[in-house]
Design a protein around this ligand. Sequence first.
Ligand code: GLU
Length: 299
Amino acid sequence: MSGRFAPTPSGPLHFGSLVAALGSYCQARHHRRDWLLRIEDVDTPRVVAGAADSILRDLEAFGFEWDGPVVYQSQRFELYREHLERLVADNAVYACACSRRQLREQGVASGPLGQIYPGNCRRRALPLDAGSIRLDVATAGRVGFVDRVYGDFDLDLPRDVGDFVLRRADGIYAYHLAVVVDDALQAIDEVVRGADLLENTCLHLYLQQRLGFAAPAYLHLPLVSTVDGQKLSKQTGAEGLRVEQASSLLCAALRHLGQQTPAELAGAPARDILERAVATWNPRAIPAIRAARAETFDA
Ligand code: GLU
C-alpha cells in the first residue's frame, strides 16, 4: 500500500509544494507505506519544459527518496481513454457542446468549484466528439468523507457542482479522471495533498464509485498563503527553493504542519531532518485551518 506526491510540472518546487511533499512523505513513511512520485503532466499546455526534472532534482537535494519509477500522466492517456470508455458503456457520461462563455451568458450559478453546469446537453445525445465529456451526477446526492485533518466534509454534487468534465473539448483528459484512475491503479490507499483539493475529493469519491474503485483515505494539509491570503503558487509569485537552505526550509515546512523542530535540528543535514520528522510525525498536530502564511514567505 502506498502514499504519493503528485506535483504538476508548471514550475519549480516552491514552499507550498514542499509542504505537500513533506506531509505526504512523513504520513506514508511513518506508517511504513511506499511513497510514489507521479508527475501530473496530463494538461500538456500547462507543462513548463524542464519543470519536472527540476522538481525531481530538488526533491533529491532535499533528501526525499521515492519508491519505484516516477510515473508520468502524459504516458497514460490510453488508460484514461479505457476508463472513460467504461463510463460511456455505462451511460454515465455525455457529450456537451456548451462553452464557458455561453454558460456565463446564460447566467449559470457558481459553486465552490466554479460554474455549476445546469445539464443543458444531458439529454441531447450528441456524438462523443462534439465537445467536452461530462459525468452525469444527477443522482449522486451528497458525497462526503472524513478527512484525517478537517473531519467531516461533504458536497451535494448536483446542487453544488453539477456534471463535471472528464475530457475537455480539446481532447485533454481532466485532472479528476487522471487522478482517480492513477490513485486506484497505483494502489494508493491514502491520499495526502493540499486543502485546496478538499472539495475536489467529493468529485473523486463519486467517480471512484462509478468506476468500481475502492476509496482511499484522505488527509489534506493547510495551504501556504501569500500575504493577501491567496494560495502560494506559481501564479501568485511563488519562487523556486534554494537548495542551500534545504534544512531551514524543511524545518519551516514541518512547523507549518504543526510539528516540533527542536533547536538542535537547525543546520542538520536534510536527510537527518527527514528521518527524525518521519519518526516523530504526528498528524493530529496539523492545524485544521485552510491556509496560513509561512514564516519563510514575506512577499
Ligand atoms: N497535481 C496537483 C497539484 O500539483 C495535486 C493533485 C493531487 O495531489 O491529487 O496541485
